[in-house]
Design a protein around this ligand. Structure first.
Ligand SMILES: [Cu+2]
Length: 331
């Protein structure tokens, strides 16, 4: 029990591999890899006993119960398809072909999609759970091992065991927004779910080590800034601003009340970035290795928030400061 950090029950399962729980915590499914008796095992966690067993002729790998509890998506070693088990009948209803060696296919929180990591080609396969079809693929790193959706279902985090990084995938555009280097051979990843009704911004992956790199990270009003310095621009009409993984440099710009400034923003990275200043109606994408120009105006007083809308949660934020205003927590 996570409230008390105590073991409150046990059920024997031979060679248990991965498991999955129903949202109400009453039902568990475990992949049993015992040689000669490979199976998915259904557990009743109110009575602490095995209540069903689905024998398999191959070894089960990652599995996940759908949010509505009606099916389990799982993989079998040596089978290039995602297995769809109907929990009403405890039988495999269908399978969804994907590339070689799929490992795990968790659902988005709304159950609409499943996010299968496919180790052979290094892909995230997006499955349409309404039609049990492959809806699209996104190339990620080498030998992807695990994936997890943000709580709003818009972003997937994929651990790439073979390339030592985490791919951050935008599920709307089905593109990789960022690749975050981590330690050796990352395997599982958990996403801390955002709490409260307004579940934004998306939760961040715990496996992501120091996403802001070498810069100093400062947090103001709950927002992280990869701080690459403050620049006084009061005597300028133009400024070159650098966008990179994952910061703006300089980060804070100090201007005069109402001052107009043209920002030439250069993206040094091979990642799509963006500059957004909501108060000025600015929301401009900056292509990889590309340049954009945006005209800004400093406020009469105080500060204005600047961010990359894709990577604000990784610290890619800045501010326009008027006069003597210091960087502020107010956004
Ligand atoms: Cu960005």
């Amino acid at each position: 029990m996570t409230a008390t950090d105590r073991v409150i029950g046990e059920v024997p399962v031979a060679q248990p591999h991965n498991g999955t729980l129903s949202r109400d915590g009453r039902t568990g499914w475990v992949a049993s890899q015992q040689q000669g008796a490979t199976a998915l095992v259904r557990l009743d966690l109110t009575m602490w006993k095995e209540v069903a067993r689905v024998p398999l002729d191959k070894t089960p790998r990652g599995l996940e119960l759908s949010p509505d509890g009606r099916r389990v998506l799982f993989t079998l070693a040596g089978v290039n398809a995602i297995q769809v088990l109907d929990t009403a009948t405890n039988r495999i209803a269908t399978q969804i072909p994907v590339g070689a060696s799929p490992h795990y296919a968790p659902f988005t929180p709304d159950g609409r999609w499943a996010l299968a990591v496919v180790q052979g080609p290094g892909e995230l396969a997006i499955l349409d759970t309404a039609s049990n079809t492959l809806a699209g693929t996104v190339a990620v790193g080498k030998a992807p091992h695990w994936s997890m959706s943000s709580s709003d279902g818009r972003t997937a985090y994929v651990t790439n065991e073979g390339s030592n990084d985490v791919s951050v995938v935008d599920l709307t555009s089905r593109t990789v927004m960022a690749t975050i280097a981590v330690g050796n051979a990352p395997r599982k990843i958990a996403v801390q779910q955002a709490s409260g009704a307004a579940a934004t911004p998306p939760a961040q992956p715990r496996a992501a080590a120091s996403p802001t790199g070498k810069s100093k990270s400062v947090t103001l009003g709950g927002v992280a800034y990869a701080d690459h310095g403050t620049k006084d621009v009061r005597n300028r009409s133009k400024l070159e601003l650098e966008a990179d993984d994952y910061y703006f440099s300089p980060t804070f710009l100090r201007g005069r009340p109402g001052q107009k400034l043209t920002l030439r923003v250069e993206n040094e990275a091979s990642t799509l970035h963006n500059i957004s200043i909501p108060a000025l109606g600015i929301d401009t994408d900056i292509p990889p290795k590309g340049k954009v120009q945006v005209d800004v105006a400093f406020p009469a007083s105080g500060t204005l928030a600047v961010s990359c809308k894709f990577h604000g949660s990784l610290g890619m934020n800045g501010q326009l400061l008027t006069g003597d205003a210091g960087p502020s927590g107010a956004r």
